[in-house]
Design a protein around this ligand. Structure first.
Ligand code: HEC
Length: 195
């Protein structure tokens, strides 16, 4: 009989193929649904929570930022890659002076070893070698990228009740902290716009 020469799959192997196949099918369906929603909805699928309002200097800086290939590693204003960190919202997190200092001499500003910024042979070594004027303009540009409260790049979580955050705080924060520290969500939400 022909059948007998064939290698049959063991039950475990069959199961593995079925599970892996189901994952692929589910992922494809989820992807198709996302694409469909993205193209048919009037509103964006995800709320835009970062914004920018560039001054003339900031605009010059944004040009230099792109020409200097910072976008090979960074993302800003919806352009670039995700290799390094996303710089949208930098202005809500860092001061202009901090950014200028970081670009000129990264490690002391970070306070620990950096991955890409810093002296040769680090890949982004060239940033510290650009002119002071160019670094200044890029820093102005980055300081004008603002994130709203609750955005992934904002230091402050979303406004209002969040059962998830409440549960995490209740589970993990020692009781003593509740008296010692103020919940950042209770502060005036305007705080996010500050430096
Ligand atoms: C080779 C990849 C790479 C390139 C190119 C690069 N960066 Fe970075 N950047 C990083 C990484 C990674 C970090 C995190 C710090 C580190 O480990 O070096 C960072 C951190 C930063 C930060 C600090 C962000 C923060 O808030 O902590 C700024 C600002 C920045 N980069 C600006 C720039 C600018 C401006 C350029 C272009 C002139 C540039 N980067 C080019 C990879 C890169």
């Amino acid at each position: 009989m022909k059948e007998d020469n064939k290698q049959r799959l063991k039950t475990g192997e069959k199961l593995m193929f079925i599970v892996a196949g189901a994952f692929v099918i589910l992922a494809s369906i989820a992807f198709a649904v996302m694409q469909y929603l993205m193209f048919t909805r009037d509103e964006p699928l995800f709320e835009q929570k970062t914004h920018y309002d560039l001054s003339a200097e900031g605009q010059k800086g944004s040009l230099i930022f792109r020409e200097a290939a910072c976008t090979e590693c960074h993302r800003a204003m919806r352009g670039g890659t995700n290799m390094g960190n996303n710089l949208d919202g930098t202005g809500s997190k860092r001061t202009l002076q901090w950014i200028e200092d970081f670009l000129a001499d990264p490690e002391p500003v970070y306070g620990h070893e950096t991955m890409d910024h810093g002296p040769k042979p680090k890949q982004a070594f060239y940033v510290a070698e650009m002119s002071e004027q160019e670094r200044h303009l890029m820093a102005v540009y980055l300081s004008q990228l603002i994130s709203e409260q609750g955005s992934a790049s904002s230091p402050v979580p979303p406004k209002g009740e969040s059962p998830f955050i409440d549960a995490m705080v209740n589970t993990w924060a020692p009781d003593a902290w509740k008296e010692k520290y103020k919940d950042i969500r209770d502060k005036d939400s305007e705080a996010t716009g500050e430096r």
